[in-house]
Structures are given as C-alpha cells and as structure tokens.
Design a protein around this ligand. Structure first.
Ligand code: DLZ
Length: 215
C-alpha cells in the first residue's frame, strides 16, 4: 500500500482549458517499457485537458542526451512553420494520429526515425505552446549517468529560457529499474506506482496557459 506523503503535484489554482494549445512531446527510446508508459500517460492527460489530437505532435530521438537539441529544433521549426509554412517540415512532423496508426517498435531500430513521416494534412502550423521532453536515465557503473543527467537538465532549462517556450522536464533519473517502472505507473510490486507522464501533461497545459496570460 502506498503511504500518503507530502510529496507530489498540488492542485492548480484553477482549471486550465487546453483546447487552443499545440503541444509537442519529444521522447527518448532508451528504456522503452518505461518510455511507452510515460508517453501514453502524457498523451491521455493532454487529451483529458482538452488538447486536440491534431495538436499533439510526437517525435522520438535515440537517447535523453538528444532531448535538448530536439526540443530546440521543434520550437524553432514550429515558429518557422507559423511565419513561413514549409511543406517539407510539415511532412516530417509526426502527429498523434500517425503515431496511433503506426505500430511503435518495441525496441529501437535505426530505421524507426526515417519511417515516421506522415502525409496527413491535419497538422497545425502554429508554433508549439509547450514541449514535453521525456526520457529515462538509469544509473550504471560509470559516471555516464551523472554527465547525461547534468547535461540534459541544464540543456532543457536553457532551451526554455532562450526560446520563451515552456519545456517540461519529463526525464526520470533513477538508480534502479524498479524506481523508473514505479514512476511510470507500471511498477512490479503490489502498487504500480504513479505515472509521472500525466503530471508532465498537466504542467505543460498550465505553463502554456499561464504564461500566455502573463505576457
Ligand atoms: C548511452 C546511454 C546510456 C548508457 N544510458 C542511457 C539511458 O539510461 N537513458 C537514455 O535516455 N539514454 C542513454 N544512453 C544514450 C544517450 O542518451 C545518447 O543517446 C548517446 O550517448 C548518443 O548521444
């Protein structure tokens, strides 16, 4: 049984309507069981908050280290599309519909990146209101984990401060596999844990809505 604790996301000051928002999720493919669960949690919560399917764009990168670069490219690409719609960029955008149409490989393959193009015309061309960067870093026996955790967390922070687009830190930094599974809501124990992807979706909708009001 999970203990009630003081940890976790508190209630927002108000309810946010995501129906006018465009959100990109970029996820790493390392540790795919955890990533898949987090991705599904984020998508279903975005939809529950009113974000339309055609305004949820999903892209993947090999590992978490690539997330800051990909987040920045998505933000820049979205802004380029808005001012000067480039058909080639639209064609390379994978939206939720195409994700659901296409079986995601259970293990990363070198070709999966090149097969994610879609010809569906429903993709919006507005800039993204928020990016959710999802990854799962598991500690190994070397310093690799520490270097990547440090780079990715600072990189994602830098991207959002430089671009002015909220980038949600959806990167689990875990010592054990069980810690990661529990934080994706697919724990192996009696309690499955809690899917943090849902929290990241809520954070994305809140940040995108709030900061639009502030500016
Ligand atoms: C190389 C590597 C290792 C060892 N572990 C992980 C991990 O646990 N989670 C993750 O998302 N990525 C890992 N990577 C891959 C790096 O993030 C990156 O993709 C490569 O170093 C290439 O830049």
């Amino acid at each position: 049984m999970s203990d009630p604790t003081i940890k976790g996301l508190g209630a927002p000051p108000k309810t946010y309507d995501g129906s006018s928002l465009r959100v990109a999720i970029v996820h790493a493919r390392w540790n795919d069981v955890v990533i898949s669960a987090l991705l599904q949690g984020a998508i279903s919560k975005l939809k529950a908050q009113g974000v339309k399917e055609e305004n949820i764009v999903v892209k993947s990168v090999p590992g978490s280290y690539e997330l800051p670069f990909a987040a920045k490219k998505l933000i820049e690409g979205g802004k380029t599309q808005s001012s000067n719609a480039a058909p080639s960029m639209l064609a390379s955008t994978t939206n939720l519909l195409s994700l659901l149409d296409t079986d995601r490989p259970s293990t990363p393959t070198p070709t999966s990146q090149s097969t994610t193009t879609t010809t569906k015309p429903s993709v919006s061309t507005r800039p993204f209101d928020a990016i959710i960067a999802i990854g799962c870093l598991l500690k190994g026996s070397t310093m690799h984990f520490e270097y990547i955790c440090d780079s990715v967390s600072h990189g994602l922070m830098r991207v959002q401060l430089e671009t002015g687009t909220p980038v949600i830190f959806g990167v689990l930094t875990c010592i054990t596999e069980d810690q990661a599974l529990e934080r994706a809501g697919v724990g192996r124990g009696a309690s499955k844990g809690h899917n943090h992807g849902e929290d990241w979706a809520l954070a994305a909708v809140e940040l995108a809505s709030q900061t639009a009001e502030w500016s």
